[in-house]
Design a binder for this molecule. Structure first.
Ligand SMILES: [Fe+2]
Ligand SMILES: [Fe+2]
Length: 166
């Protein structure tokens, strides 16, 4: 039986987040369409563009470890995105829609942050300096996105959700 090592975990986790990012790329335009607030729409659109770059960075990391860029079904992101779809449906035309969508998006960001945080640490241990840099760039973008979403929530969305729809 082949030995499983940190390299195995790194490769499998890379495949997991690669699958997740491509799902997220498809989901963000839907979320932007569903959102009512122009700020929230803009945040989702901006992050869709960033996600394209993140997918390219992952392809570079696959290249660094000499493996083909191939995803592996990530049940976690499927579940998180399905919950987001559920909110979009169940809260349609209500005052709480944007607050719900924003929270769903933050669940996605937090999932990404945990994956990239781990991958970056493992890349450090494995001595993959270029991969560390690429993974860190994406980690910073995900963290910034999470913070931007919190700012939008604080500025208006949570307060608006307290009121019944006009
Ligand atoms: Fe991402
Ligand atoms: Fe993200």
């Amino acid at each position: 039986m082949a030995e499983k090592t940190l390299q195995t975990l790194f490769h499998e986790t890379l495949r997991d987040i690669y699958y997740a990012e491509r799902k997220i790329l498809k989901s963000l335009p839907k979320m932007a369409r569903a959102a009512q607030s122009p700020d929230l729409k803009a945040a989702f659109e901006k992050h869709r563009e960033q996600t394209e770059g993140q997918i390219e960075r992952l392809q570079q990391v696959f290249e660094i470890i000499g493996k083909p860029a191939r995803g592996k079904t990530c049940d976690a992101i499927e579940g998180i995105l399905a919950e987001g779809d559920e909110i979009a449906e169940e809260y349609k035309d209500t005052a709480a829609l944007d607050a719900g969508l924003l929270a769903a998006a933050q669940a996605v960001e937090h999932y990404e942050i945990t994956r990239y945080g781990t991958l970056k640490r493992w890349a450090e241990v494995m001595g993959l300096k270029d991969a560390v840099k690429l993974l860190d760039e994406t980690l910073q973008e995900e963290s910034q996105t999470d913070e931007d979403l919190t700012a939008i929530a604080d500025a208006v969305i949570n307060a608006e959700a307290l009121q019944p729809a006009a």
